[in-house]
Design a protein around this ligand. Structure first.
Ligand code: ADP
Ligand code: MG
Length: 761
């Protein structure tokens, strides 16, 4: 058997299991071994029937009662049933499709039952519990101990220590399982025959239980699949950071005997993941550095003139960003820069200036035409907004600007509408882009995916797209050996460890200063008793001609039959309620992700034109929508959003010089909710809030987390700055000496395998 073998060759899988495994992205033996538990429960410290909670995976010791085989009420399929009694009471147990269980165990037998508490409050039962006979002496009557991994990792988190500009990295694993002189080898590590002390609990999914995973993984490990398996991490790195080998780590992860072992294993996998991301970024960066780009020459006076015509004075941060970009682009080597700035910090003006500098340049040896710029936005709405902003920024320097979207193409200036844009055919627009007559083209990401032909593409500007590699840039350059400069922009505030990891191939510039004259947004936490007062305040603003957003966590009402339905406000119901009970005189519309792009677009368009006063929406409005007249945002169920997400939502209304208001209404008023929300009223910027989110809610909750392609374990690692810096240093040291990894075939192979894996997800 090999790690790459499909699971279906090893197990007889039922359809539900196949579906579940597919959903979890588990196809091969390797995938299974890399499906990690998120916590452990300790056997021996048993729960008692008394305090069971729905959903718990428990291990209870007790005596069997009333074991019998029955027919299920609806399906008529056979089930075994019985009760488990301990000193605190008894709980029902059910085994579906296993009529023999009741025959195998006699009433009065003392057993340990391991299974999941299912059912509904008041009618709890254990579903398909695993039974082990126990003698009266093995039993400890202690409550169950659930071991969360997070707090442990948290304790490992160290404040950044930097000496002589170099991070101190020697102690990544100092709290780990292993003694300082290397990995504690447990030669019998693959022998799982003895009863495990800790039970791995895996992320839940319908069809495969934690028990199934424990069994399946145990089977794989005992079949010897780990013998001679190659460790992708170089041995000297393992040694330096006291990380366990791959084989030990897999065993320690799934079936640890001590919690410290599992922690050491997690750390190893976290390190591995961050290391490989860093390695690929390092290789990417080295590849970029060998490429050529157009050297952009932009005389200072010409640029100053352009900037002086802005209707505002640029902030210091904008000036610095512009200077950095111009310096990058002047060298003839490709710029790869990320501009990170809170919503409203003025990224568009920076982008427009970069575009202006480019179009002031002629292609070499040509006395007509200019170099070209492509600007990609994540949505059509935003592409249109950027198109309009660019038209304004270029008012006194008229150039041709094109807009390509799925629903139509436009060109500015128009011969027909003075000062406006004309609708033109896609073919015509593409022709003008290809022959260089349209130097600036704005569109959605389809703009590059469909490979529009440019004549001399010198700069690509991308909004809120995470990865844009050197190969994509080469493709855009087509036959030209010069690849375009890249200016990537994001308003997603992320913590430093994450930035170091996912943006390892980019140079970072922060726009950490808001334009002057902005009135700070007034953020208020809404107490239930204040609702009426707040609605009155909103009414006054609406009367003064302003508009409002109301954000709800859900689209629809929850299904009352679903046991765990989230009882949060829904867009549809809240819109009806507001219209009926609170604001009957105003136009109210809804916006959510299940609407078609056209419906969304129409609604946004009407909201922009003030045909709608109140837009009730899910967090879809998060990304960059700009309606300056909307000055209020009321966020329902606020504790369901991360702080940085709330911050981004709030950013929707800091678009003008009107006083803006943000009302956050939590459903519960627990102390921690209040404390967390209070951070919103005091934080200076989004980065601070992102750090707070990382610490309080975990990395998985950071907004945008899905798109980064980092596993849960990698995200956990981001709480550990030392680990991230160590992985980065090791990866970059290797790339520095061996840019293409030619001398490290194992690493090259592992990188390639990873890249493909991400690709096929
Ligand atoms: P974002 O960084 O979120 O993309 P925008 O570029 O859309 O922000 O800018 C938000 C608003 O602020 C726009 O209306 C823009 O014209 C304005 N703006 C940008 N820079 C400044 C500045 N330095 N002073 C005043 N207003 C500015
Ligand atoms: Mg923007």
């Amino acid at each position: 058997m090999r790690l790459t073998d499909p699971l279906s060759a090893q197990f007889r899988l039922m359809d539900v299991q196949k579906t579940a495994l597919k959903r979890l992205g588990i196809a091969t033996v390797r995938d299974l071994l890399y499906h990690f538990p998120f916590r452990y429960e300790q056997a021996g410290d048993e729960s008692s029937v008394g305090g069971l909670q729905l959903g718990q995976e428990v291990s209870i010791v007790g005596v069997l009662e009333k074991m019998e085989t029955k027919k299920a009420w609806k399906s008529r399929r056979p089930v075994s049933e019985g009760y488990l009694r301990d000193s605190s009471g008894r709980i029902k147990m059910r085994w579906f499709n296993q009529p023999y269980i009741a025959k195998m165990y006699l009433d009065g037998t003392r057993v340990r039952a391991i299974g999941k508490v299912t059912g509904s409050a008041g009618k709890l039962y254990l579903a398909n519990p695993q039974l082990q006979k126990v003698s009266a002496t093995d039993v400890a009557d202690a409550p169950i101990q659930t071991i969360q991994i997070d707090p442990e990792l948290n304790a490992l988190r160290n404040s950044p220590e930097v000496k002589n500009g170099e991070p101190v990295v020697s102690s990544v694993a100092e709290h780990g399982a292993s003694p300082a002189n290397g990995v504690r080898r447990r030669d019998d590590a693959t022998d799982l025959s003895e009863v495990q002390d800790l039970f791995a609990i895996y992320p839940e999914t319908k069809g495969v239980t934690s028990l199934w995973f424990r069994h399946a993984i145990k089977k794989m490990i005992s079949s010897g699949v780990l013998d001679g398996v190659e460790d992708p991490l170089p041995a000297d790195i393992l040694k330096r950071y006291h990380l366990p080998s791959l084989a030990s780590a897999i065993v320690w992860m799934h079936a640890p005997q001590k919690l410290v072992d599992s922690i050491a294993a997690r750390k190893r996998f976290a390190f591995e993941e961050v290391f490989f991301i860093q390695l690929s970024r390092g290789v990417e960066r080295a590849m970029q550095a060998r490429e050529q780009s157009f050297a952009i020459d932009a005389p200072k006076n010409v640029l100053d003139e352009f900037i002086n015509e802005f209707p505002f004075k640029p902030t210091k941060a904008q000036e610095k960003a512009i200077a950095a970009i111009l310096s990058d682009m002047s060298s003839g080597r490709p710029m790869s820069r990320l501009l990170e700035g809170d919503v409203g910090s003025g990224k568009t003006a920076v982008a427009a200036t970069a575009a202006f500098a480019v179009v002031k340049n002629r292609p070499h040896g040509q006395n007509f035409g200019t170099l070209q710029v492509a600007y990609m936005a994540p949505t059509e709405i935003l592409a249109k907004q950027h198109f309009e902003s660019f038209i304004t920024f270029f008012e006194n320097n008229p150039i041709n600007i094109g807009l390509i979207t799925g629903s139509g193409c436009y060109k500015f200036p128009s011969k027909v509408h003075k000062g406006g844009a004309t609708n033109i055919s896609r073919a015509q627009l593409l022709k003008w882009v290809a022959n260089g007559e349209i130097p600036v083209v704005i569109g959605t990401h389809a703009l590059i995916q469909k490979s529009v032909q440019f004549k001399h593409l010198a700069l690509v500007i991308i909004d809120e797209q995470h990865r844009f590699g050197v190969n994509q840039r080469k493709k855009l350059a087509q036959k030209d050996i010069r690849i375009p400069h890249l200016l990537s922009m994001t308003a997603t505030p992320i913590p430093r460890t994450l930035a170091l990891t996912i943006y390892g191939d980019l140079d970072l510039t922060l726009l950490d200063e808001m334009p002057a004259g902005r009135k700070p947004i007034s953020t208020e936490i809404v107490k239930p008793t204040d609702r009426a007062k707040i609605y009155e305040k909103m009414r006054q603003e609406l009367e003064a001609g302003r508009q409002a957003y109301v954000i709800c966590p859900r689209i629809d009402e929850p299904d009352p039959d679903k046991a765990f339905a989230v009882m949060a406000k829904s867009v549809k119901e809240e819109a009806k309620r507001l219209k009926r009970d609170i604001f009957p005189e105003y136009e109210i519309a809804i916006l959510h992700s299940k609407m078609t792009p056209k419906e969304k677009d129409d609604t946004m368009h009407k909201f922009s034109n003030h045909q709608i006063d109140i837009l009730v929406a899910t967090s879809v409005v998060e990304v960059g929508v700009n309606v300056p007249n909307a000055t209020m945002i009321f966020i329902e169920g606020a504790e369901r959003f991360g702080l940085s997400q709330l911050h981004q939502l709030r950013g929707r209304v800091v678009r003008s010089n009107h006083q803006a208001y943000c009302f956050v209404a939590p459903e519960s008023k627990g102390e921690s909710t209040m404390a967390r929300l209070k951070a919103l009223t005091t934080a200076k910027n989004g980065f601070e809030l992102a750090e707070a989110d990382l610490l309080q809610r975990g990395a998985g909750q950071l907004s945008g987390a899905q798109q980064w392609g980092i596993s849960d374990i990698g995200m956990e690692a981001l709480k550990n700055l030392k680990l991230v810096e160590a992985a980065r240093k090791e990866a970059l040291d290797i790339v520095k000496k061996d840019e293409t990894l030619a001398k490290h075939p194992a690493l090259q192979h592992a990188l390639f395998a990873r890249a493909n894996q991400v690709h096929f997800e």
